[in-house]
Design a protein around this ligand. Structure first.
Ligand code: F6P
Length: 342
């Protein structure tokens, strides 16, 4: 049996650990052969492959990124996309396809399975941790670690200059990275996409922090929005799934803070540092287990499913669940951390 593997969407620490888990167990225990498709859905669309066997996955466990490459290609937006994918799979004699991705990549896999009978198994990934079908996605823990370390470092420079430091973190629809890193790093204000923020209230928290003779750290998710205003966009451009490019709210907020409080404010945008580099131990553990369970789903011919973490168990859920509902921060949880604001 020949199994295809691809990684799609934004990269994420732990992707290589998943690939290694799939290939090691699939080769050693089930005697399968593997083929890698390059750059997400672009690989099967263009017939672009690379050999995938145990030698190819040696040493990749701690490496960030993905040895397969990634892209945000949407085959449903390409001419004859489905036919071209099916042709490539037939030519490569691929009998099952493991797709590792977020809501967009897995959404394509779900449609290919349901509408066109392509035997897909999904593995969820996103640093944003916003897929409701799984308790956690790998990559999130690493991103929170990077952001927490940055906040720790920003405290000392903020105190030295007694200025406001705004830290913009990733989080398009959900504020999980902002919430976890903000709490772990002792931020004085945390702003998330789920709740519009009042700039006046943010400035009041900043003033109270300065009154206590400390410099404030504001953590803002890139998708956070002011109460009276719009989402701050980079340049209005979109990807092939229609998502606009974010980033800019941190810079915007620092200017507002300066104008309203008269205090100096600077912004640090963590951007792709949160996605790059070596995965944390937790992410390696979770990603590896996802890989092992994904190849088990292939062995069971349990297609149209995605592996997911529930408590400490890995379970299988319908692929369509990956995109059914976003996992956002509960207002009660956000309220819980509010005791540290100001
Ligand atoms: O979905 C993960 C994510 O990291 C989002 O938080 C962010 O908006 C997006 O990817 C940015 O991705 P890119 O810069 O690759 O377009």
């Amino acid at each position: 049996m020949r199994v295809g593997v691809l990684t799609g969407g934004g990269d994420c620490p732990g992707l290589n650990a998943v690939i290694r888990g799939i290939v090691r167990k699939g080769t050693q225990e089930y005697g399968y052969d593997f083929v890698g498709f390059r750059d997400g859905w672009r690989g099967p669309l263009e017939g672009n492959t690379l050999p995938l066997g145990i030698p190819a996955v040696r040493g990749i466990l701690p490496r960030g990124g993905t040895i397969l490459g990634s892209s945000r290609t949407n085959p449903f937006k390409e001419e004859d996309g489905v036919r071209r994918i099916k042709e490539t799979l037939a030519k490569q004699e691929v009998e099952a396809l493991i797709t590792i991705g977020g809501e967009d990549t897995l959404g394509v896999a779900a449609r290919l399975y349901e509408e066109h009978g392509v035997p897909c198994v999904g593995v969820p990934k996103t640093i944003d941790n916003d897929l409701s079908a799984t308790d956690y996605t790998f990559g999130f823990d690493t991103a929170v670690g990077v952001a927490t370390e940055a906040i720790d470092r920003l405290h000392t420079t903020a105190e030295s200059h007694m200025r406001v430091l705004v830290v913009e973190v990733m989080g398009r629809h959900a504020g999980w990275i902002a919430l976890h890193s903000g709490l772990a790093g002792g931020a004085n204000v945390i702003l998330i996409p789920e709740q519009r923020f009042d700039v006046g209230q943010v400035c009041a928290w900043i003033d109270s922090r300065f009154k206590a003779s400390y410099a404030p750290i504001v953590v803002v998710a890139e998708g956070a929005m002011p109460k009276d205003g719009e989402m701050v966009l980079k340049d209005g451009s979109t990807d092939s799934f229609g998502h606009v490019r974010l980033s800019g709210v941190g810079e915007w907020l620092a200017k507002e803070i300066e104008a309203r409080t008269g205090k100096e404010a600077r912004t640090t945008v963590l951007g792709h540092t949160q996605r790059g580099g070596t995965p944390s131990a937790f992410d390696r553990w979770l990603a590896t287990r996802f890989g092992l369970h994904a190849i088990d789903a292939v062995r069971d011919a349990d297609y149209g499913k995605m592996v997911a973490l529930r408590g400490t168990d890995i379970v299988r859920v319908p692929l369509s669940d990956a995109t059914a509902k976003l996992k956002t921060v509960d207002p009660a949880l956000y309220a819980e951390v509010g005791v540290f604001f100001g």
